[in-house]
Design a protein around this ligand. Sequence first.
Ligand SMILES: [Zn+2]
Length: 409
Amino acid sequence: MTALAGRRVGDEVLFYADKKFVAKARIIGLFDNHALAKAVWGTDEAQKTWQHIMALDNVVEFEVPAEPVLRGLGVPVPLRSLTLVGAEGRLRHLDMVDPAVSVQPRAKRPATGDGTTLGRNDVLRALANLKTHVKQQWPSRHKPITLLWAIGRLAAGQDRMVEWQTFRDEVGPLLRDFGLEESKVTPEYPFWHLRSSGLWDVQGVEETKSTPTPSQLTAARASAGLSRDAAKVLRRSLARAEAIGLICSNYLGEVDREELLSRVGLAGYASASGDLSEGPSDGGRAARRSRTSSAPVRDSRLVERIKVMYGHECQVCGSRVETMHSHYSEAAHIQGLGGPHHGPDQLDNLLCLCPNHHVEFDRLAIYIDEYWAVRRNSTGEVEYQLKRHADHVIEQEYLQYHRGLCGRG
Ligand SMILES: [Zn+2]
């Protein structure tokens, strides 16, 4: 089917019905199964069927008029739609699918050193598809924690490759404090097995079938770290924010994100405004004002301008906090001014929010999608449509950065 050519695992697909996009989902597997396709969709006059089948995850429902989007993409309107099979129907057909046989594993990540360069999408896709051992329905946290630690080193400008003994001393305590409760502290596992992600290099050890023991790693003076390509991608700010958000939301949902990120030197990534000591709370702002170095400068005229533009009404909920003589609102930077985000102090990077939504936006509880819908991060559900003044241009690039932090990149 040429219509479906070029799909790859990790791509997002949109569901179209009734001139609207009604949901999106991520492709987690692609396979061909003629018998199943025939049972689900039947055949056309020429006895042909769709035999390319996608397995989907991360389904998010919404309603967006399709026409402007399609026109923007240069796709003729209206579209021909696909038939979807609901959960009950799927169960009927389940015995026709043998995932172990028919699902094509995603293309092997190019090994480093063979001249192929990984791009941002490759890195994010690899991070989204980490192979983790599942223990009592929870995925093991060894690899995600180790990757955050490695990204923390990059952010601090430290060497990419780390000797086993240093690795053990630094990653071991993180696995102990943030790993699953029943999980053993075995830093040699991520040290060795992260290679399967395609983002990780190990040097000094011969290829073996089993995991090398700690003493073997010590004797070999082995070292490991992010591959050159992965490190190159993750040095860029948007990709790094997206990677950290993705790792935290996909694998570490139950972990105290602020605590873990601060332990690996990525404290600022726990919030949209940056370093929490520079956060939107009053104490934080006072502290920031009194700081003499590296304090982001805020243009108070811009702050005034956005508040006046919206008459202090929150762009999320529309409410206005009353004070004795006037009203109160807060100007929120979309890509925070503070480190590590270093967003610009410009009107197109500002929102006028009520204090509650400011905190929720800053602490990544809500995000704004490509269609200006305000969604709750924990569920993906649309709660509001962002209110936008005709004179207020909001730059999507900054929202994209914020979504990255939310694990919605
Ligand atoms: Zn509000």
